[in-house]
Design a protein around this ligand. Structure first.
Ligand code: COA
Ligand code: ZN
Length: 329
């Protein structure tokens, strides 16, 4: 998809779901709503507002209904939520989400750890949920965890991943998100898997979801773009992680990746400055430093003053040109 000669990319902000689920401190509902309202004006294609999971499993997001009800919905932004089971789907429908983002893992061990079900049990329940969504006219995306590896099982075979994509595609879902739950993905793997998934299901809206656990999130994003992926999950400040995946840490940071993509002339629809300001608000809410880098460093063309003794440095250097001994500092 092109806008002029600039490739359009669609960004889904996941800080208030993937991010907040990992925070020790409960973020008050009013603060969640204020942050989402701020993000709604920044140009995102989608915002993952919350999850409708068990409040025992994810206490940080126990206020999903209240948040959904109170946010200001900006036309053109899709407000989605993560759903693990039938009960979650009923709650999400009641809360009038714009999209169901269903979740299950490609790894049996991670699915059991995270969702307390075998993959077949998850699939059977999600198949019913998809019917419910279709009857209600709500689009469905499926986030597949551990696509690029599982922290407990190790490598997850590409055929296993393709098998789950095929099964959900056959049920008529609109999109699939390929999640690198604990930052195990690397660029050549991303390139191969994304190319294979696109070739197999050209009509599916495929999204990539990278965690920066091993500092490969940025380069994996480029690899995914080169393979043809146009939709990306990112988390403001780089917060995030699955509490039921050992060793998990934050998602790729929206401000870092959007900054990189702007340098490369991709059109994300989002300005970096607005993200940096929103990240400041987020840092105040979570009360610890953000892993993201661009907010600290500033955008690439941020200019710094030269050192205080710069005039002396210049005079000394020019003195050399004049052929004399450099003036003593
Ligand atoms: N929303 C609210 N409550 C829910 C719920 C949902 N989606 N699903 C189950 N519950 C409640 C049940 O009503 C039941 O309540 P009770 O104890 O008061 O009777 C209780 O939770 C246990 O229900 P059960 O179906 O046995 O769930 P479980 O304990 O086997 O847990 C999940 C299964 C999927 C609900 C839970 O593991 C979960 O929410 N996981 C999400 C993990 C997650 O979000 N990880 C990060 C994102 S990848
Ligand atoms: Zn994640």
């Amino acid at each position: 998809m092109q806008t002029g000669n600039r490739t359009r990319l669609f960004i889904n902000e996941v800080a208030t779901r993937d991010g907040f689920q990992m925070e020790g401190r409960f973020i008050p509902t009013d603060d969640k709503v204020a942050l989402i309202d701020r993000l709604s004006g920044l140009g995102y294609a989608k915002i993952e507002v919350t999850s409708f999971t068990s409040p025992k499993a994810i206490p940080a997001l126990a206020d999903g209904e209240a948040v959904m009800q109170r946010i200001r919905r900006v036309p053109g932004v899709v407000y989605t939520a993560l759903i693990p089971n039938r009960r979650g789907a009923e709650r999400a429908l009641q809360a009038q989400v714009d999209e169901f983002n269903l979740v299950m893992s490609c790894s049996e061990t991670h699915n059991l750890t995270n969702l307390r079900m075998t993959r077949d049990q998850s699939f059977a329940q999600l198949a019913e949920v998809i019917e419910l969504a279709q009857a209600a006219g709500v689009p469905v995306n499926v986030s597949l965890s551990c696509v690029f590896g599982c922290p407990m099982e190790g490598d997850v075979p590409a055929e296993t991943v393709m098998g789950w994509i095929d099964r959900f595609a056959a049920l008529g879902v609109q999109g699939i998100t390929l999640c690198d739950t604990t930052g195990m993905a690397f660029p050549t793997q991303v390139q191969a898997l994304c190319t294979q998934a696109i070739a197999r299901h050209p009509a599916l809206a495929l999204t990539a979801h990278f965690h920066n656990t091993r500092a490969m999130g940025g380069v994996n994003t480029i690899a995914a773009i080169e393979a043809g992926i146009r939709r990306f999950d990112m988390s403001l400040g780089g917060i995030g992680g699955c509490p039921y995946a050992p060793g998990a840490s934050g998602n790729v940071a929206t401000e870092d990746i959007v900054h990189m993509l702007a340098c490369m002339d991709y059109d994300t629809g989002i300005g970096v400055q607005g993200l940096i300001e929103a990240a400041g608000m987020l840092e105040g809410l979570i009360q610890h430093p953000l892993p993201a880098q661009v907010s600290r460093a500033g955008a690439r063309l941020k200019r710094h003053l030269p050192p205080l003794d710069y005039d002396q440095i210049v005079a000394r250097a020019h003195g050399r040109d004049a052929g004399g001994q450099p003036a003593k500092a």
